[in-house]
Design a protein around this ligand. Structure first.
Ligand code: ATP
Ligand code: MG
Length: 185
């Protein structure tokens, strides 16, 4: 008989993050914007189905802890909110072109800080760098000239998701593995 592996083997891990995921209308508006930015800046567009805003990046998490994360998300008490994406730009250091809100709504700040706090309490590693919400639309882009003013798009946030990121030859592919509603008042 083959020896049974002792409990020393590391548990299998998956790459996870919490995010806001656009609905079909929002996704298409953002995808159009990405197309326009691409004409000016080149680079690689984010595929429409992959467009999102990261709330908290967890990195590699043991599969055995996914249920714990889902329970944590389920009891989080966040509020629904609307916000305007009205600001586009490009980061020279990582060649990412993005759109972002001009002012970050308090409900988003509260949601992210509460998520970060609870993740920390539960012993998950979270990136504590200042949170800068943005939608990445181009990678490996080069936009030396100012991007044209964009027409504001309103994102009505009613829920948030937990996403598994899988590396593929075509780049990262995302699978939503949980979705939780935010309270709409
Ligand atoms: P790729 O790495 O293939 O270019 P990606 O960056 O979209 O694609 P992931 O690296 O899995 O895919 O990241 C998932 C999401 O988390 C992205 O929105 C990414 O910007 C964000 N992210 C990745 N690493 C970090 C990090 N260390 N801190 C904060 N956010 C991160
Ligand atoms: Mg990445």
């Amino acid at each position: 008989m083959l020896p049974v592996a002792e409990g020393k083997a590391r548990p299998q891990t998956v790459r996870l993050f919490f995010a806001l995921w656009p609905d079909a209308v929002m996704r298409s508006a953002l995808d159009q914007l990405g197309k326009q930015m691409h004409e000016q800046c080149g680079g690689r567009r984010t595929r429409a189905e992959a467009i999102h805003i990261t709330l908290a990046f967890l990195g590699e998490v043991a599969v055995t802890r996914i249920a714990e994360l889902q329970a944590l998300a389920a009891q989080l008490q966040g509020d629904a909110f609307d916000f305007e994406l009205s600001h586009s730009g490009w980061w020279r250091q990582n060649h990412i072109a993005w759109v972002a809100p001009q002012t970050v709504p308090q409900a988003l700040i509260t949601l992210v800080s509460e998520l970060q706090r609870q993740l920390k309490v539960a012993g998950f590693e979270v990136d504590m760098r200042a949170y800068v919400p943005h939608v990445t639309l181009l990678r490996k882009a080069y936009c030396p000239r100012p991007l044209p003013e964009m027409a504001a798009i309103t994102w009505k946030v009613r829920d948030f998701v937990l996403v598994q990121s899988v590396m593929t030859e075509q780049g990262s592919a995302y699978e939503i593995i949980g979705r939780w509603s935010l309270a709409y008042k």
